[in-house]
Design a protein around this ligand. Structure first.
Ligand code: ARG
Length: 399
């Protein structure tokens, strides 16, 4: 039996041509695997059939939406994950779940390798291959676009010559990746960072300048996980999908950054992530109410480290796994309700409550009857500032 390679298949031009291209270059049978992470658009059955029409020996579709939401996006939410404080890791989070299914499928079908359609210039190649290395070290990774010189022009010619059933969509100048956590748009005129994004780029969000009545929702969290909207219990996936619509029509979650890629390139990226933005805003507010000061402060450092690891393709690393244990432990009391008002491109927290709240009205109030003994502060400050006073004297004496 011929060796087999499992290709992460999107249904687009590159991976469709990649099927025949891989077969010609390696002599292996190609199994196409399309993983649904909520990218929307085409029917997954059409995508499955297209892979067969392009020469795959087998074509598999996996609906990983719930798994993606529960096992990848919820940990990201608990970590308030943002790369460079701005990017909620949309693509970085989907690669590990796609890679997991590549590895499972390869093992089930006795394939010795996997393939993906990434170029050699981005982060996604690193994420796929580092995840495969961690999950199934016996597999090798092939990237037809990068390793087998499959350029876009060659792909178009190949598709025409072989009569492949690929819709030649009007040439889209952008490179787009999307899933339920958001949408990434790069290349085209955006490559000049001085060019402002145009309305045309966006799909998940409406123009925030076109004002409509505000939307208000109450999100219930249970140990860091959103479990209900306005009192309706919903799965993580359903909550994300609903907030994508609500926050999206208020234009929440548009992001425009110059980003530091792992491979050393700075690149201009536009994202839209309405649900991710709203949920992280709400989750951070609930943590402000329920985490003690030192823990909250330390966690912010862990969040940045976690985000860097995930961005850099190290989802399945020992350090990331251990940080998850820490982060999970911090979520023990992160339960309660957050009221969010979404309007004009912003999601703003307007109310917070929790049975586990550390907020003590009697301590905080400036009204009569407060229980905070202000006389204690005098001695506290005396000791708190003692090192400053001693070193200031030393500094003055040694001038
Ligand atoms: N720069 C982002 C990241 O590395 C988005 C990548 C999007 N991928 C794509 N093929 N357009 O996470």
């Amino acid at each position: 039996m011929a060796e087999r390679v499992v290709l992460a298949y999107s249904g687009g031009l590159d991976t469709s041509v990649g099927i025949g291209w891989l077969k010609d270059a390696t002599g292996k049978e190609v199994v196409a695997l399309a993983v649904d992470v909520g990218q929307g658009g085409e029917d997954m059955d059409d995508i499955r059939q297209r892979a067969l029409d392009c020469g795959a020996v087998e074509s598999i579709v996996v609906d990983a939406k719930d798994e993606f939401a529960a096992d990848y996006l919820m940990p990201a939410l608990k970590a308030n994950a943002m790369y460079q404080k701005k990017y909620p890791l949309v693509s970085a989070l989907s690669r590990p779940v796609i890679a997991r299914h590549l590895a499972i499928t390869a093992r089930n079908l006795g394939a010795d390798s996997v393939a993906h359609g990434c170029t050699g210039k981005g982060n996604d190649q690193v994420r796929f291959e580092a995840a495969i290395a961690a999950l199934a070290p016996e597999l090798t990774s092939v990237a037809p676009v990068r390793d087998l010189a499959l350029t876009r022009d060659k792909a178009i010619i190949y598709a025409e010559e072989h009569n492949l059933p690929i819709r030649q969509s009007a040439k889209n100048p952008y490179s787009i990746d999307k899933n339920v956590w958001g949408r990434a748009v790069e290349t085209g005129f955006l490559e000049d960072p001085w060019n402002p994004p145009i309305e045309d780029l966006y799909e998940y969000t409406d123009n925030p300048d076109v004002l409509r009545d505000a939307d208000e929702v109450v999100i219930t969290f249970t140990e860091g996980i959103p479990t209900a909207i306005d009192g309706r219990a919903l799965s993580p996936l359903a909550i994300i999908e609903e907030l994508n619509i609500l926050a999206g029509r208020q234009g929440v979650g548009r992001i425009d950054v110059v980003e530091d890629r792992l491979v050393g390139i700075k690149s201009r990226e536009v994202y839209e992530a309405p649900a991710a933005t709203a949920l992280i805003e709400a989750h951070e507010a609930l943590e402000a109410l329920t985490l003690e000061r030192d823990l909250a402060r330390y966690k912010r450092g862990v969040e940045a480290e976690w985000s860097n690891l995930v961005y850099d393709g190290l989802w399945y690393s020992g350090l990331k796994r251990s940080l998850d244990v820490f982060i999970d432990d911090t979520q023990r009391y992160v339960s309660g309700d957050i009221r969010l008002r979404m309007h004009g491109g912003r999601a703003v927290v307007t109310g917070q409550k929790s049975e586990q709240s550390l907020y003590d009205f009697d301590l905080a109030t400036y009204d009569t009857g407060d229980t905070f003994d202000q006389s204690l502060s005098k001695g506290f400050i005396e000791l708190w500032s003692l090192p400053s006073r001693i070193s200031a004297r030393r500094d003055a004496a040694s001038k």
